[in-house]
Design a protein. Structure first.
Length: 246
């Protein structure tokens, strides 16, 4: 049975309703707050396992609220959702993670699990986190994940990519910014980010993807991806980065 965590939430756009049905390494009991002041009271009185916060909110700076939350409860992990992340925040607070909007519910669950898991590690391991999963080489000028760049980096055709993520090929050309498309490309970015860290280059990443892997019964990771198991490979890469292979 997955670990169940109490999560204090301030989400004025109610974009987290989808988390109720999401499946992942942890299960969440969402405790919504009506205002920033309610959230501050919750972290001091209720002591939630995690705080989940939309960074772009009306009426208060997300950065200011994060500072006030940290002052109210120095040890509470905080997961920030942001369309325009300020990754520098991660350099000053080891108990903060960021997920770029639009969110993938699975990514939120993964991040919360990583954040909570890190609290149990020793100080050396705790400092090794997965802070910024944005791969500039996969992003268009608009900031979206570019399907063509994903296909090129993973050495596959656009039709093959469309088949893997379960959308029609025209959608990758006509509505590439659609949330339904972007969410399905996030796992490719997770893989690319992790493998670029592990291997140091796109060439190294492609070698890894096309080499037999003992964790996959000597199958090729790229074949698993082509069979639709993109999230599984993303999780395997992240586990390798964190030092606890699946």
């Amino acid at each position: 049975m997955n670990e169940r965590l109490n999560v204090a939430v301030l989400d004025p756009d109610a974009c987290l309703a989808q988390l109720d049905k999401a499946k992942g390494p942890v299960e969440l009991t969402l405790v919504p707050s009506a205002s920033a002041e309610d959230l501050l009271r919750a972290v001091t009185v209720d002591e939630p396992d995690v705080v989940l916060l939309d960074f772009e909110m009306p009426g208060i700076s997300g950065l200011e609220l994060t500072r006030r939350l940290r002052a109210a409860n120095p040890g509470v992990p905080i997961l920030l959702l942001s369309a325009n992340p300020d990754w520098s925040i991660l350099e000053t607070d080891p108990l903060i993670e960021i997920v770029k909007s639009p969110i993938d519910p699975r990514e939120v669950l993964q991040r919360i699990s990583r954040l909570i898991h890190g609290l149990a590690l020793d100080e050396t391991a705790r400092n090794f986190r997965l802070p910024n999963m944005v791969v500039d080489e996969l992003r268009a000028e608009s900031g979206r994940i570019d399907a063509k760049k994903v296909a090129e980096m993973f050495d596959m055709s656009i039709p093959a990519l469309a088949k893997i993520i379960g959308v029609g090929e025209p959608a990758l050309y006509k509505t590439p910014d659609a949330r339904s498309v972007q969410i399905k490309l996030i796992d490719f970015e997770r893989i690319a980010w992790g493998l670029l860290k592990l291997t140091g280059s796109i060439r190294g990443m492609r070698i890894w993807l096309n080499a037999q892997n003992i964790e996959l019964d000597n199958e090729l990771p790229i074949d698993y991806i082509k069979d639709g198991h993109v999230e599984d490979i993303a999780a395997m890469v992240e586990d390798a980065l964190l030092g606890h292979p699946s």
